[in-house]
Design a protein around this ligand. Sequence first.
Ligand code: PEP
Ligand code: MG
Length: 325
Amino acid sequence: QKEEWAKLKDESTITADGKHFTLAANIGTPKDLQGVLANGAEAIGLYRTEFLYMDSSELPTEDAQFEAYREVLEGMNGKQVVVRTMDIGGDKHLPYLPLPEEENPFLGYRAIRISLDRQEIFRTQLRALIRASYYGKLGIMFPMIATVNEFKKAKAIFQEEFDQLKASGTPVSDDIEVGMMVEIPASAVLADKFAKVADFFSIGTNDLIQYTMAADRGNDRVSYLYQPYNPAILRLVKNVIDSAHKEGKWVGMCGEAAGDPIMDCILLGMGLDEYSMSATSVLKIRSLMKRIDTSKVVELAEKAITESVTNEDNIQLVKKYIDLD
Ligand code: PEP
Ligand code: MG
């Protein structure tokens, strides 16, 4: 089986009825690039930049960040790289950036909330990214966006830094896409409004499920509530996809669920454009998608949100439609 998959490395991902979808990889550092290329990913759908901050004893400088981003953009040779601005807080702490003790860190001061508050940190990262944009095809996305105003503020800060760098004669790309993670239920519900201002969405199921089910993603006692196929989650996902498509925007998924064969059968039926997963899952999922006729899974996806009641119902439903072997 592994040998069969290896043959698909240089192919793009085309379903049995000839539709193309993008299979992308998630990375944490430039070192992960090798695995991305070896497994034939068509893009990087999530570059988690926290590691740059966590592997350092002080805030990483603009130049240090620029070098890391450029390495990844150049290494991908024109394929898109979506970089997420820092997602610190929650369970991720920095020794040199003391954060207040909080009762509920996952609901607290984290990610874009820190970036909008400590703008010097955010602007440094954005400048490094904008400078690196010249070396490839860059997308930038903001984590943990809850309101349209947060997105607009973050985008305006990006625009200020972009205009300044451009005016100063720094080489930059003119087609950087600026999008957002959809990982808070409020933004999934209000996706039609967000779709008017963001260039793209990437659905973060790890957090979207945690917040929708009110179940800590790291707590084993409640891990049974991690239910990616629960119709409640799927209806949110469907709303995000449809809202984006109405505005002509693309939608990806970069949470764990994007690399899950059962989930992907449903997502294909909903028309999700990009699937970003651990590099080692890419070939397996490409092989699965090549076997699927999308007209068949459209019906499956419809049933998954109208007829099914539970997560388990949808596991059974997918198995009825597709031989997952
Ligand atoms: C997610 O929440 O699904 C996600 C991709 O981000 P992280 O796992 O880094 O929170
Ligand atoms: Mg997240």
